[in-house]
Design a protein around this ligand. Structure first.
Ligand SMILES: [Zn+2]
Length: 340
């Protein structure tokens, strides 16, 4: 008899899942807390099509209903509570994958992209039952995986850099993360917001690598922030530009600005660049000048985003401008939600 064919029972020692944790990581901690072999719970949840070695700890797993029920029984907590923490429980199979069997508990494992990262080292030690805490892996881009551990005031890293930093003297990073959480809380589609954070972050990273001449104040802050965090030679570490990436995310998710960028005449785009410079706290007088060529240069990461966004709505914009010329009466733009 296979392990997954035996009746499931709640384990004597139960542990809490960590937000964003992968199923193999949680199953391993549950097994090791109960003195079982590290893959025992993973094998006991359901049938695996392709072996159950330790390599699975780098993977995540999709469970059918029966397998998810078994995990909940072993863990001693309702499935809903597990689902709130473990992202894979609310994700379906990849489109190319054959459906899992319905007549028995079954598991499909896959390599998430990007790869999972480590959870807060201090939390792992605190939560560990054994003196050697097992590695806790969390999904990097999932909104459930926090960027910061508030309990230990530590930066947990993102996909580009998973170094953990002490934030005891970096209040602005903590404040920025709270603003990002507020932004997520205000939207139903958190995946859309977290994707735009990555876009915004890539833009700020590009600025840190090739500083735009009209952002001298921001670039100066980045240098100072990098020194304060103890990484003076690397002002382009993602943590350094995070607060500005959040500010930019607030603007890129703003439907009024998305509508403006999609529909405005070329000469009117300067208002958008100007708003960004001001929101980032840029005090340089020239930054307030309104043409994009003067402010940002033509080949800037932000102008690429603007060009792509305008390209998406090109036909709509041209049609609208043509009608506008014919009618003389100002015609309203399509509803804002259209520009997501
Ligand atoms: Zn922690």
């Amino acid at each position: 008899m296979k392990l997954w064919q035996a009746p499931a029972r709640t384990l004597p020692i139960t542990i809490r899942p960590i937000g964003g944790e992968t199923i193999p990581s949680y199953a391993r901690r549950l097994a090791e807390a109960n003195d079982l072999y590290s893959t025992a719970i993973l094998r006991a949840i359901g049938e695996h099509r392709y072996g159950t070695g330790r390599h699975l700890f780098r993977h995540d797993a999709c469970l059918n209903d029966q397998a998810a029920d078994r995990l909940a029984v072993f863990a001693g907590m309702p499935r809903d509570r597990l689902r709130r923490a473990l992202p894979a429980l609310s994700q379906g199979l990849p489109a190319y994958q054959k459906p899992l069997p319905m007549d028995r508990p079954a598991v499909y494992t896959y390599t998430p992209i990007p790869n999972p990262r480590l959870a807060c080292h201090h939390c792992q030690i605190r939560n560990a039952v054994n003196p050697n805490p097992p590695t806790v892996l969390v999904r990097t881009t999932d909104p459930r995986s926090p960027l910061i551990c508030y309990r230990h005031r530590r930066w947990l890293g993102n996909l580009a850099d998973t170094t953990q930093y002490d934030l005891r003297h970096a209040d602005e990073i903590i404040t920025a993360e709270r603003r990002y959480q507020r932004l997520l809380a205000g939207r139903r589609d958190t995946g859309w917001v977290s994707d735009l954070l990555i876009t915004a972050w890539n833009i700020t990273q590009a600025w840190a690598t090739h500083p735009p001449i009209r952002l001298p104040t921001v670039v100066k802050w980045w240098r100072a922030r990098a020194v304060a965090l103890g990484i003076p030679d690397a002002p382009r570490q993602p943590i350094v530009t995070f607060p500005e990436a959040v500010t930019l995310t607030e603007i890129l998710t703003n439907l009024d600005w998305r509508q403006h960028v999609a529909m405005a005449e070329d000469y009117d785009l300067g208002r958008f660049y100007q708003h960004i410079a001001r929101s980032l706290g840029e005090t340089h007088p020239q930054s307030a000048q309104a043409t994009r060529r003067i402010i940002w240069g033509q080949r800037d990461a932000l102008t690429y985003w603007v060009a792509a966004h305008r390209h998406r709505f090109r036909d709509l914009r041209l049609r609208h401008q043509a009608e506008q010329r014919r009618q003389w009466v100002p015609k309203p733009f399509p509803e804002k939600g259209h520009f997501r």
